[in-house]
Design a protein around this ligand. Structure first.
Ligand code: FES
Length: 98
């Protein structure tokens, strides 16, 4: 579905998504990393459980909420990926960490 530009950077990072290893590129957002890895959703809705995927990629739609390093409701499109990051698909409503 998505294809990288030929001149995209080549610094690779390693993260986990639901415990599975995923290769990321330095400079990408977490949402872009999931889409590039072929992961088709990053959260499910609290009411019906329908899967939702990043949409606007600029912090407006909130469809990209996910759990990043144990903190829920993070907008994956606004968080730069970094090596060793632990990402989880967010299922339903998630309370903010205290
Ligand atoms: S994709 Fe729309 S806010 Fe992140």
């Amino acid at each position: 579905m998505f294809q990288r530009l030929p001149d995209a950077g080549d610094t690779t990072l390693s993260i986990t998504v639901d415990g599975k290893p995923v290769t990321a590129r330095a400079g990408d957002s977490v949402a872009a990393t999931l889409l590039a890895a072929g992961i088709d959703h990053c959260r499910t809705t609290p009411v019906s459980g329908a899967p939702r995927a990043p949409y606007c990629m600029m912090g407006v739609c909130f469809e990209c909420l996910m759990v990043i390093d144990g903190v829920g409701n993070r907008q994956g499109c606004l968080v730069p990926v970094r090596d060793g990051m632990a990402v989880e698909i967010q299922h339903g409503k998630r309370e903010l960490a205290r």
